[in-house]
Design a protein around this ligand. Structure first.
Ligand code: LLP
Length: 384
């Protein structure tokens, strides 16, 4: 089995499980995104902090010149601390609390992505009480499905996200009457782990329809935020360690009709950080079950919940062994039957103490870790 290049001799004294980040790969990824963006002067990237808010990664991403897309006051605070310019920080989410709105206004963030009429009025009131004007975009539910897992599709009318596009005109008109919000543009997002560029083309077509409609009604469009969602190849981390940013931006370039000079904002998370992270675990026991052999490792759904929550695939590699492959169910120690990383999975024969890497875990891994069963939160180590 082809494996990633991990310095396991340096792992010997470390307490497992831990996240291991390849900062060289992150740096090459950031360079590639920057190179792509330099060809489109109106395109701006706001890294989706929810994918991974590890301070070391955030600082590198901030230093590369990107803005930040945040979904809580805590994320806004982490972004400011990591060095993102407040004016490049956007704040989204269906349920912003008064305290979070006040905090973000105080910091002077660049944009509130507003998801309902009720929220718009609250932001106006809070901004008035602080003597400020809040820059807002309206998040529109484009009613477009992405070919991805049902739990991470967000752009359908049945989802809780965004304003239905049939009431958009009324809400923009209302927004223009408010004194403490400034209407700046439209925000969209259709889902995550999208590999089929035709989903993004469909989003562009829907945005084109909506902006044409607003123009017919002599309403302002402002700038466009297309959200995030670009997927990565979870199956081949050793061959394809970078998302296809070129095709992604080319799709928007080809299908999104905006006037020259209109800023277009992107909010990628997964594609920027997923490939650079692995969860490193040790094999605790190899157990013969009635039907199958279990490799019981010390990492679990508390460090990486994606397999348990979404049945997500992550490649699993035995870094210590070079013996012929055997078939295992790779499971963690948590008291839930869903605490499984891989079923009927072939990998090099496992022994107690072997190091196991669970690959492509840099996005929605550490960020979604919990302390269930009173496990300690995982530590992180970095390879420069
Ligand atoms: N913008 C908005 C409004 C979002 O809701 C999201 C992700 C993003 C941007 C970034 O999307 P990305 O480029 O990372 O796909 N925990 C799930 C993914 C949840 C995504 C939520 N929203 C997972 O582990 O697959």
């Amino acid at each position: 089995m082809l494996k990633g290049n991990f310095p396991i001799e340096n792992f010997k004294d470390l307490r497992t499980p831990f996240y291991y980040y390849d900062l060289g790969l992150l740096s090459r990824t950031l360079d590639e995104v920057r190179r792509q963006l330099s060809q489109h002067p109106d395109y701006h990237m706001h890294y989706a902090v929810k994918a991974n808010f590890n301070p070391r990664l955030l600082e590198m991403i901030a230093a590369s010149g990107m803005g930040a897309d945040c979904v809580s006051g805590g994320e806004v605070e982490a972004a400011v601390k990591a060095g993102f310019a407040p004016s490049d920080i956007f704040f989204a989410g269906v349920g912003k609390s008064d305290e979070e709105i006040r905090y973000a206004l105080g910091v002077g963030i660049g944009r509130f992505n507003v998801e309902s009429l009720a929220e718009l009025n609250v932001i106006d009131e809070i901004a008035a009480s602080m003597g400020k004007v809040a820059p807002v975009s309206l998040r529109v539910n484009p009613d477009i499905g992405a070919h991805t897992h049902a739990n991470i599709t967000t752009g359908l009318a049945e989802n809780k996200f965004g304003i239905n596009h049939d009431v958009l005109e009324d809400i923009i008109r209302h927004c223009l009457t408010l004194n403490h919000v400034a209407y700046k543009g439209l925000h969209f997002h259709i889902g995550s782990q999208i590999l089929d560029m035709s989903d993004f083309a469909a989003l562009c077509n829907r945005i084109n329809e909506i902006t044409a409609r607003l123009e017919r009604h002599s309403l302002p469009v402002g700038d466009i935020n297309v959200g995030g969602g670009l997927g990565i190849d979870y199956h081949h981390p050793n061959h394809l360690d970078m998302a296809d940013f070129a095709s992604y931006f080319a799709t928007f370039r080809k299908h999104l009709m905006v006037k020259n000079g209109t800023p277009v904002h992107f909010e990628l998370g997964r594609s920027i950080v997923a490939p650079c992270g692995s969860l490193i675990c040790r094999v605790l026991y190899v157990k013969e079950g009635s039907y199958r052999q279990f490799a019981i490792i010390d990492g679990s759904m508390t460090e990486l919940i994606r397999p348990a929550l979404y049945k997500a695939y992550h490649r699993v590699e035995n870094l210590s062994s070079h013996e012929p492959e055997e078939v295992y169910d790779v499971v963690g120690p948590v008291c839930e039957s869903s605490d499984v990383f891989a079923k009927s999975y072939s990998m090099d024969k496992c022994h107690r103490g072997d190091f196991i890497a669970i690959r492509s875990a840099g996005a929605y891994g550490e960020a979604m870790a919990s302390q269930y069963n009173l496990h300690a939160l995982p530590s992180s180590y970095y390879h420069k």
